[in-house]
Ligand binder design. Structure first.
Ligand SMILES: [Fe+2]
Length: 333
């Protein structure tokens, strides 16, 4: 882990471009009642959503995007794209009044499920985006044009080119998993990998390049490092100098830096699902890991990208700043 210098944290710059980020958020009322670890229902999801709203208001920022890092629907999505959960647990919980911006989504393992058995949740999520249906006749902000895609952030005068990937890989030996829980087929895995490198080869037009997906490449949480992503994606991150990788999947908040590695790994999986116990202490490999519900905030100007982890009340937990040349500093509150 490289030694990082520290700088005093300033309040977020309202003139920067802002995205709020959550992962592992669409908790199931039924699972909540069964485990009772997370309060009944989806209390933690509601808490984090309200904390995000309060944080956006109190810091005077206008969100230019929400990045939702997958595991959007735990449990059953009865009715698919017409499920009432879309209104209750998405459109209303992250309301247009506060977040008048695109919601860039991606696919987690809980989205790759047939649940109930007649509903393919992944197809339902793509269909909900295509349908454009939102709340009260308004267009939805849900953005998921395909399983992997790119966008520029913010839309006007972009500062970050973002590549969204599908991290639902077949087993490390290439065997496709199918049935109730399924994954990409090996053909899809190869197609995406070739597409990813083609995207990385394109000339850079923004100061920063970010990759988003659901599964971490490296994680101090119980899922640990991902053997397929370490083998296939990490060499490309290094070769093409990806500035930032964001993911969720482990239900905690983390920041990982590796000596000589151009990529900052900032993990945000505290959006509402029950918390996990960390496997590796953030002090041993990090510099930061915490089992806590919360969300993250990306703010970007031409000269720096800032990343913050906030708890469910919107309180600052941890943050960093990174320059286009790759210098990372920890923000001291
Ligand atoms: Fe997950």
């Amino acid at each position: 882990m490289p030694a990082l210098r520290s700088v005093a944290a300033k309040p977020p710059d309202p003139r920067a471009a802002h995205a709020l980020v959550i992962g592992d958020w669409g908790w199931s009322e039924k699972l909540g009642a069964e485990t009772a670890r997370n309060g009944n229902g989806f209390e933690a999801q509601k808490m984090v959503a309200r904390g995000m709203e309060r944080y956006a208001r109190s810091s005077g920022i206008h969100a230019d995007g929400l990045f939702m890092l997958g595991d959007s629907w735990y449990g059953e999505l009865t009715g698919g794209a017409a499920s009432p959960r879309w209104v209750e647990q998405f459109e209303r919980l992250y309301p247009l009044e506060t977040f008048a911006c695109p919601v860039h989504s991606m696919l987690g393992n809980h989205d790759y499920q047939m649940l109930p058995p007649e509903v393919n949740k992944l197809e339902a999520e793509l269909e909900y985006a295509r349908s454009g249906r939102g709340l009260d006749g308004r267009a939805t902000r849900w953005t998921l044009p395909s399983r992997w895609y790119t966008f520029d952030f913010p839309k006007r005068n972009p500062l970050v080119h973002v590549i969204v990937l599908d991290s639902n890989m077949p087993r490390p030996d290439g065997v496709w998993q199918h049935g109730h829980d399924f994954t990409l087929k090996p053909e899809g895995q190869a197609e995406q990998l070739a597409w990813f490198e083609q995207e990385l080869k394109k000339p850079r037009t923004t100061p920063f390049l970010a990759v988003l997906a659901h599964h971490p490449v490296f994680s101090n949480g119980p899922h640990g490092d991902h053997p397929v992503l370490v083998r296939e994606w990490d060499p490309l991150f290094r070769k093409y100098k990806v500035d930032l990788y964001m993911a969720g999947h482990d239900h905690d908040l983390q920041h990982l830096e590796f000596e000589g590695h151009p990529t900052t790994h900032f993990l945000s999986g505290g959006g509402g699902a029950d918390l996990y116990v960390l496997k590796v202490d953030g002090l041993d490999r990090g510099p930061y890991a915490q089992e806590v519900h919360g969300f993250s905030h990306l703010s970007v100007t031409r000269s720096a990208l800032e990343l913050r982890h906030l708890d469910a009340d919107g309180r600052f937990l941890y943050g960093i700043s990174k320059t286009p040349s790759g210098k990372v500093s920890v923000l001291l509150s």
